[in-house]
Design a protein around this ligand. Structure first.
Ligand code: DQA
Length: 153
């Protein structure tokens, strides 16, 4: 078919689906230790991602418990194209979350708002990184957007 000039071409492909997953205490972002984590809330960060990446279908989930995060990872394994995951303190010791990431066939980028390596010794270790595609830490809310950019390649 010959299209007249200015014909609107709409590409109807399936949208890339990314889960923004957050662990314990991250529901308090915006008011929690603002000198470390800044003043943006999780809702602000998600809104930022949606405006920066309009072609991505973002889903988000936050839980303070390990079990709910594991369930969310299993579930995302059935539909997500990628996951940006801030495991909060679980990052440093949850073998169960590590196994959940290893058990799904979806790339996960580990993100942290703060530069965990410049903080207390116990934050220097992540049991998740080895089963993630990579890790981004220290850029505040931008860590999430860098994580999404990494997933999109
Ligand atoms: C964090 C760093 C963790 O050490 C801490 O327990 C958090 C947040 C970050 O985003 O900088 O809860 O993951």
């Amino acid at each position: 078919m010959i299209k007249p000039a200015g014909w609107l071409t709409v590409t109807l492909g399936p949208m890339v689906k990314i889960l923004m997953l957050n662990g314990p205490n991250l529901n308090l972002l915006g008011s929690r230790e603002t000198e470390v984590y800044g003043t943006a809330s999780l809702a602000d960060i998600l809104a930022g991602l949606r405006s920066e990446f309009p072609d991505v279908e973002f889903h988000d989930f936050q839980a303070n418990g390990e079990g709910a995060l594991i369930e969310a990872l299993h579930d995302a394994g059935t539909w997500a194209d990628g996951i940006v995951f801030n495991g909060g303190a679980y990052t440093h010791y949850s073998i169960a979350l590590r196994d959940a990431i290893a058990g799904i066939d979806v790339p996960v980028v580990e993100v942290h708002l703060s530069n965990v390596h410049a903080r207390e010794e116990f934050r220097h270790t992540s049991v998740l990184t080895a089963v993630c595609q990579g890790v981004i830490a220290g850029f505040g809310p931008k860590s999430y957007s860098l994580g999404v950019a990494a997933l999109l390649g």
